[in-house]
Design a protein around this ligand. Structure first.
Ligand code: NAD
Ligand code: IPM
Ligand code: MN
Length: 353
C-alpha cells in the first residue's frame, strides 16, 4: 500500500493536482496497485480556513506518508501578509521540517515540443540535464534576515555537512548518467560560494570517474540557453537553482512542463516547479504535465517502480505527438486543449500502452 498525501494549495494547484490524481487512479487499475490518497489544506487555501498556512495536522500528515504531492502556493490575495505569514514561507517550512535538502529538476526536451520553445529547435533537440538544487539552506534560510525603514538584509550561509551531502548525491547521480557534473556558484565574489566550491572538490576525490567542471552562475545562465546539450548534471545552491531551473523550463517549452522531486533522508515531496499562476487560475487552462511528470518521479524515487514511471512518460509523449497542446505550449495554428482534455488524453494513453 502506497500512502500519498496531496496538498493542492492555491491558484492552478488544485487543477493540476486533480489531473495527477486522475493519472494515479488509472495506474492503480492498470497495475492493480493499492494506493491511498489523502488531501490536506496548505498555503492560502489553509489560511482562509484556519488562519494558518501550514497547520500541525497537514504537517503531521506529510510526515506520516510515503510521498507528498504538492500543487503550488501563493497568489495576490495573500501577498501583503507579513513576510513570515506568507504562503511561500510555509513552503520553506515544509521543506525544512521534512528535511528535503535535495531538489531534482530534470530539463528534458520532448521531441514533439522542439518547436514550442522560444529557442531554436537544433539547439534544443536532445537536451537532457538534471539540475540538483540545494533546498534547505543558503540565503533562503540564513539568519539574520529582515528589513526596517532604512535597510533590508539576508544571510547566505552553508554548513559543511550541507554541502557535502548535496555534493555526494550530485556525484552519485552523475555516476548513473554521463558522469559529468558542473558545479555552479559565484566563487569569484562570494566567500560562501568559495567554501561551497572547495567542499564539492573535496567530495570529488571519492568520485574520480566523474568529470567535474566549475562555472560561475552568470555564465551558466547564458550557457543554458546558448548550448543546453553541454550539461549532464548541475549542482548548485538554493537561490541559483531556483533561477536556473526556471530558465530550464523554457528549454522544455514552458514552466508547465517541468517536474521536481524534493528528497530527504526520511521524506519525499513531488511538485511542479511552477507557481500558482494566478493569471490563468480557475480557467481550465493550466498545463498539468509538470505535475503528472512529478508523479512519474514519485514512482521512480519513492516507490522504486521505474516501469510505471516510464509508462507515464510514454503516455505524455504519445499525447504530445498526437498534437494535443495546452495554450502555454501551443503554436498559433494549434488547436488548444484544456487541462481536463489533455489529462483525459494522457490517462487514455496510459490505459492502452
Ligand atoms: P508562476 O510560475 O506561477 O507563473 C509564471 C508564468 O508561467 C505565468 O504566466 C503562468 O501563467 C505561467 N505558468 C506557470 N505554470 C503554468 C502551467 N502549469 N501551465 C501554463 N502556464 C503556466 O510564477 P509567478 O507568477 O511568479 O508566481 C505566482 C505565485 O506563485 C506567487 O505567489 C509565487 O510566490 C508562487 N510560486 C509558488 C511556487 C510553488 O508553490 N512551488 C513556485 C513559484 C512561484
Ligand atoms: C520554487 C518557488 C519557491 C522557491 C518559492 C515559492 C518559495 O519559486 O519552488 O521554485 O523559491 O523555492
Ligand atoms: Mn522557483
Amino acid at each position: 500500500m502506497f500512502k500519498i498525501v496531496t496538498i493542492p494549495g492555491d491558484g492552478i494547484g488544485p487543477e493540476v493536482v486533480a489531473s495527477a490524481v486522475q493519472v494515479i487512479n488509472a495506474l492503480e487499475e492498470k497495475y492493480d496497485l493499492e494506493v491511498s490518497i489523502e488531501e490536506h489544506l496548505f498555503g492560502g487555501a489553509s489560511y482562509d480556513v484556519h488562519s494558518e498556512m501550514l497547520t500541525e495536522e497537514t504537517l503531521e500528515a506529510c510526515k506520516n506518508c510515503d510521498a507528498v504531492l504538492l500543487g503550488a502556493v501563493g497568489g495576490p490575495k495573500w501577498e501583503n501578509l507579513p513576510h513570515e505569514k506568507k504562503p511561500e514561507a510555509a513552503l520553506l517550512r515544509i521543506r525544512k521540517e521534512l528535511g528535503l535538502f535535495a531538489n531534482f529538476r530534470p530539463a528534458k526536451v520532448y521531441d514533439a515540443l522542439v518547436n514550442a520553445s522560444s529557442l531554436k529547435p537544433d539547439i534544443l533537440s536532445g537536451t537532457d540535464f538534471m539540475v540538483i538544487r540545494e533546498l534547505t539552506g543558503g540565503i533562503y534560510f540564513g539568519q539574520p534576515r529582515g528589513y526596517d525603514d532604512t535597510k533590508g538584509w539576508n544571510t547566505m550561509v552553508y554548513e559543511k555537512y550541507e554541502v557535502e551531502r548535496i555534493a555526494r548525491l550530485a556525484f552519485e547521480t552523475a555516476m548513473k548518467r554521463e558522469k559529468r557534473l558542473v558545479c555552479i556558484d559565484k566563487a569569484n565574489v562570494l566567500e560562501c560560494s568559495q567554501f561551497w566550491r572547495n567542499i564539492v572538490h573535496e567530495v570529488h576525490k571519492d568520485f574520480p570517474d566523474v568529470e567535474l567542471t566549475d562555472m560561475y552562475v552568470d555564465n551558466a545562465a547564458m550557457q543554458v540557453v546558448r548550448d543546453p546539450k553541454q550539461f549532464d548534471v548541475i549542482v548548485t545552491k538554493n537561490l541559483f537553482g531556483d533561477i536556473l531551473s526556471d530558465i530550464s523550463g523554457m528549454i522544455t517549452g514552458s514552466l508547465g512542463m517541468l517536474p521536481s522531486a524534493s528528497i530527504g533522508k526520511n521524506h519525499a515531496l513531488y511538485e511542479p516547479i511552477h507557481g500558482s499562476a494566478p493569471d490563468i487560475a480557475g480557467q481550465n487552462k493550466a498545463n498539468p504535465i509538470a505535475t503528472i511528470a512529478s508523479v512519474a518521479m514519485m514512482f521512480e524515487h519513492s516507490f522504486s517502480m521505474q516501469h510505471v514511471a516510464d509508462d507515464i512518460y510514454k503516455a505524455i509523449e504519445k499525447t504530445l505527438e498526437s498534437g494535443m497542446r495546452t495554450a502555454d505550449i501551443a503554436n498559433s495554428d494549434d488547436n488548444i486543449a484544456s487541462t481536463t482534455e489533455i489529462t483525459d488524453a494522457i490517462t487514455a494513453n496510459l490505459e492502452v500502452s
